[in-house]
Ligand binder design. Structure first.
Ligand code: ZN
Length: 581
């Protein structure tokens, strides 16, 4: 592509061009047929089945995006990762039950992500069971409260292709690590059981007569652990390895993933010399040498991308330049576990840059960049006017310069938001980029946004109120109140000054929120002499703040009491954006 070639030329000024960068011409786009063949092969990976990896260790693949693993002991079993919904967990449990009727003694969560923890009640309907996890898993689960916020919801829906229903070439093929993401399906139920057996660094125990070692291994998440069964030579690495290039940065938007620590966590696994590797996505690997070789290639790829990105940063390269030079060496690029079905080297490089240096690329011209409207107007003026800009976008599309066409069309849309042609050019360009992708996240994101531009898809919050509440009710009420300030509507609160105390007698806790002209300060205890004093049941309060219960009704029925005026109370609540509207 044109833009790529320009970037490549400038990069060579800074860094000796690497061998793989000699090609003057851009790589030809992959044929759609090659892509669909690759996707078909990948779908075969996700064929739904439960199989025995080795002596009494069973892996359930293809029931949802993640796997669930059953380890059978003398008189009972334990389950590692519990799927993302009660429905998928129930399906897996029915399959496990066909293998053995032994009761479930414990659950283990490899990390906090919804696809690994939200199905607990499908395995253990009364929720009464030992649940092992790293100490901070609970804290990270609470952070899901923020996932209710629209940005992450929209980006996740695009990345996981939850709107790409129906058939045809643009349907959602898979999500790179599994067939689909159940936590985004509004018909599925969340059934979280909280961890109650936690540890910081390591925990050695025995469950159902099986020796179990849990080891904190930060990587894909900070709370990640791996499970080592020394007597059976079996290692369960969670999400620190799966059959795809690791998602060192996720385009749905996540905290910075400390990639070097991720590589070191894999080193801890290599040192154990496992006979079997049973990941929480994609199938197991057996054979001591094969496992070792795969773990080594995986950690090498992570370290390579990290080190070469740092090296480029120290030579003054910007993210746009770095992505042109940091490419995996051929032996890693060809490795079956490093194909870019899920993560991408390019995104990883950008993620590492911003993890170390933040958003500023170092060029003063980009320190306080032009606002989007003026930049688009400038582009139009260069192109000889709005029509010229549109014509350039059209030409770029016809020439197969899809990134450039999408960029020019974006400027055109900004100049004329009603232009259906500009939107169609951008949609066509994104669709072409999506169809040429084996990366599920990129493919789904491109194809979804194309449909959004055509007005064929609108991403809405499809969360069922009951589902939202079933999760939110497990978030401690203090944590819930502490999340309110980020939802303050500044425009409404700009001239407000009010101190509010909220008491929750059912849990014996009290908190405060001090609104000070556009800022809401959370106070970790009930404040002295508040202007408005509220007493509520913690569940009612969650429902009211989420918009699931009418505040006026709750006050009228006496469920929520207060001192101060009703107007103050309703006025206070109206200052906050509700999570579910
Ligand atoms: Zn996962």
């Amino acid at each position: 592509m044109l833009s790529r070639r320009l970037a490549l030329a400038s990069t060579c000024l800074f860094l000796a061009c690497q061998g793989s960068q000699k090609a003057e011409e851009p790589e030809p786009p992959k044929l759609d047929s090659e892509v669909s063949a690759a996707l078909e092969r990948l779908n075969e990976e996700f064929r739904r089945e439960v199989y025995e990896v080795t002596d009494r260790v069973y892996q359930a693949v293809g029931f949802g995006i993640a796997n669930s693993i059953m380890v059978e002991g003398d008189d009972c079993v334990f389950i590692v990762d519990v799927m993302g919904s009660v429905e998928t967990a129930t399906e897996v449990k029915a399959e496990f039950d066909k293998i053995t009727q032994k009761p479930i003694e414990a659950l283990i969560y490899t990390h906090n992500h919804a696809d690994h923890v939200m199905g607990g009640l499908g395995f253990v309907p009364d929720g009464k069971i030992d649940v092992y996890a790293q100490e901070t898993t609970n804290y990270h689960i609470n952070r899901f409260a923020n996932v209710l916020r629209p940005a992450l919801r929209t980006r996740s829906a695009r990345m996981f292709g939850s709107q790409l229903r129906g058939s045809g070439p643009d349907q959602m093929e898979n999500v790179g690590l599994g067939p689909f993401v159940e936590t985004l399906d509004p018909d599925m139920t969340l059934g979280l059981i909280r961890p109650n057996k936690t540890f910081w660094d390591e925990l050695s125990t025995e469950i159902c007569g099986v020796k179990v070692e849990l080891v904190h291994a930060p990587g894909e998440t900070n709370d990640q652990l791996f499970v080592w069964l020394p007597e059976r030579g079996v290692l369960l690495p969670g999400d620190n390895i799966y059959k795809a290039f690791p998602n060192l940065y996720s385009i749905r938007g996540t905290l910075y993933r400390d990639v070097l620590t991720w590589a070191y966590s894999i080193d801890k696994m290599r040192a154990l010399r496992p006979m079997h590797l049973v990941p929480s996505h994609t199938r197991a690997i057996s054979g001591q040498d094969e496992v070792y070789e795969t773990l080594t290639a995986y950690r090498d790829a992570i370290q390579f991308v990290h080190d070469q990105t740092i090296r480029g940063i120290n030579r003054g390269l910007t993210p746009d330049e770095l992505v042109e030079v940091v490419k995996l060496p051929p032996h890693l690029a060809a490795h079956p576990y490093l194909q870019e079905y899920y993560g991408k080297v390019e995104w990883s490089v950008r993620g590492i840059f911003s993890g170390y240096l933040g958003w500023f690329d170092g060029d003063a011209a980009r320190m306080e960049p032009l606002d989007p409207e003026r930049r688009s107007a400038g582009m139009a003026s260069l192109a000889g006017g709005t029509e010229g800009l549109l014509a350039a976008a059209r030409e770029a599309l016809a020439a197969g310069q899809y990134e450039w066409a999408a960029e020019l069309a974006t400027h055109s849309i900004r100049m004329d938001s009603q232009s259906t042609e500009a939107k169609q050019i951008k949609a066509d360009a994104l669709r072409a980029l999506g169809r040429g992708q084996i990366n599920a996240n990129a493919r789904n994101y491109y194809l979804t946004q194309a449909l959004e531009l055509e007005g064929k898809v609108e991403i809405r919050d499809e969360t069922k109120p009951g589902n939202a509440l079933s999760f939110v009710s497990t978030v401690p009420i203090g944590r819930f109140v502490a999340a309110m300030p980020a939802n303050l509507i500044y425009e409404k609160a700009a001239d407000k000054e009010i101190l509010v105390g909220i008491r929750f007698p059912d849990v014996g806790e009290g908190y405060g929120i001090h609104i000070r002209r556009g800022v809401a300060e959370f106070i970790g205890s009930f404040p002295e002499d508040p202007d408005l004093s509220i007493t509520a049941d913690s569940t009612d309060w969650r429902e009211i703040v989420l918009g699931l219960q009418s505040p006026a009704k709750a006050f009228a029925t006496g469920k929520v009491r207060y001192t101060g005026s009703t107007l103050d109370l309703l006025g206070f609540l109206r200052l906050f954006q509700r999570a579910i509207d």
